[in-house]
Design a binder for this molecule. Structure first.
Ligand SMILES: [Zn+2]
Length: 433
């Protein structure tokens, strides 16, 4: 039932003692990097200044900008010839950040991914098809190494080429897949096109979904369409990648591996910690990484700690699915809105398809939100005008949640731009005057 029982069900007291020991080692190690070691104006990194785990709050935060400014080697805490791998963030906003790993770092990361997979019921003997981009992105090699360590047969399919993905699943009896949630919904349409029923014609039983925020409705939809269990995975390249937090079979929050990461949730405005249960920004400190330790990294991801123990017995705390990034938040007519709220509502309305696009426009001082929504194939009769009732229902449902009235445009099934990577959900045409 457990990959490493002694570590997964470790009593909290012992876990915190382990974290304390590892934090001190980490600070010691980090002090050897140019950034943490010699930069002026960053006092308090010395382990001697801390007296307990809670004192971590005295340490300065590290941000993506810090990683960029000291790119590429400013955070390296070992001699460069100790490094064996680099990965990089997607770099959608500004220069990509790079992360370097030693042999030990890769082994620790691989073990965390294997531990996470094992937790969902994946075992040696499973056939694992990794449908993520390989290369600098961590979702390819990160999952690949973990699955091999677990003993599964790995098909390194990579992203895209939907028909070939389906063919591979059928030819080699794939049982477990790793897939981006919006792509899973898109892929189902290709299954339909090919006349293949994933429930009847494949051996699929588990999907790992992650890499983009998604709602519980999306998970349930994927489970229903494919007849499988879908588990939420969370990670970010700055903290290795996948294997930071993962769902167990209770599917109620993601266990965050606290023997490897020190977890804080802060109020992104005041930067003060919030109590367990309250929403805020996730801040993480690496506890075992050697090549590139990072202290109090501001992930920009919004979540909360789910209070109380998990019935599975693991003592590592659970975070709720990521609500969005502080960067994703749209402010429209003074209201804060996340794309995931729109997705959640749309998934509930019969007749609405799986794809949508939010367009933000500005007229004078007035912001407008336009939501283009695909109609489900079964509801589409060839005339969108006949679906005015459905359109009005979408407006009402959205308004009840986000409190502003969006302009809703229904579009034909399968007509919005498709992506084989992460879905583009928001196009912001507002220009600052
Ligand atoms: Zn659990």
């Amino acid at each position: 039932m457990y990959w490493q029982k002694e570590l997964e069900v470790i009593p909290r007291e012992e876990l915190e003692a382990l974290q304390w020991k590892r934090l001190q080692e980490t600070l010691d190690r980090a002090g050897r990097s140019p950034y943490y070691g010699s930069s002026p104006g960053r006092p308090g990194l010395a382990a001697a200044d801390l007296h307990s785990l809670k004192d971590v709050e005295k340490l300065p935060f590290t941000t993506k900008d810090d990683l960029r400014e000291h790119w590429p080697y400013g955070f390296i805490a070992v001699s460069k010839d100790e490094l064996v791998r680099m990965h990089s963030s997607s770099g959608t906003t500004g220069r990509a950040t790079v992360i370097f790993h030693t042999v030990e770092d890769i082994a620790e990361w691989t073990n965390l991914v294997a531990r996470s997979m094992f937790m969902t019921g994946m075992r040696k003997g499973d056939v694992f098809q990794n449908m993520m981009t390989y290369g600098l992105f961590t979702g390819g090699l990160g999952f690949h190494y973990g699955a091999e360590k677990l003993g599964a047969l790995v098909i390194p399919a990579g992203a895209g080429n939907s028909k070939r993905q389906i063919q591979l699943m059928q030819d080699f009896d794939t049982t477990v897949i790793h897939i981006i949630p919006s792509y899973a919904l898109h892929l189902y349409l290709v299954f339909e096109e090919m006349g293949v029923d994933p429930k009847r014609d494949t051996k699929l039983k588990i999907a790992f979904i992650g890499a983009e925020p998604h709602s519980e409705k999306t998970r349930l939809k994927i489970e229903e369409l494919y007849g499988i269990k879908a588990f939420n995975s969370y990670g970010l390249s700055e903290m290795n990648g996948p294997g930071v937090a993962f769902e167990c079979t209770c599917q109620n929050g993601l266990h965050i591996w606290e023997d490897n990461f020190l977890v804080e949730i802060i109020d992104p405005k005041t930067l003060r910690p919030v109590p367990d249960g309250e929403e805020g920004e996730l801040v993480l400190t690496t506890l075992v990484r050697r090549g590139m330790p990072i202290i109090r990294y501001r992930t920009k991801d919004l979540t909360r700690i789910i209070p109380g123990p998990c019935p599975c017995g693991r003592t590592h705390r659970r975070i709720e699915r990521i609500k969005g990034r502080t960067d994703d938040m749209m402010i429209i007519k003074g209201v804060n809105i996340f794309p995931i709220q729109i997705e959640k509502k749309l998934m509930d309305i019969p007749g609405v398809g799986t794809n949508f696009l939010i367009i933000l426009e500005r007229e004078g001082f007035n912001d407008d939100m336009i939501v283009k929504v695909e109609v489900q194939k079964e509801y589409f009769t060839g005339d969108l005008k006949k679906l005015e009732g459905l359109r009005r229902k979408v407006v009402e449902e959205l308004k009840s949640d986000i409190l502003i009235s969006p302009k809703v445009i229904l579009v034909e099934p399968n007509s919005l731009p498709k992506t084989e990577g992460k879905a583009i959900r928001v196009v912001d045409n507002r220009k600052d005057e």
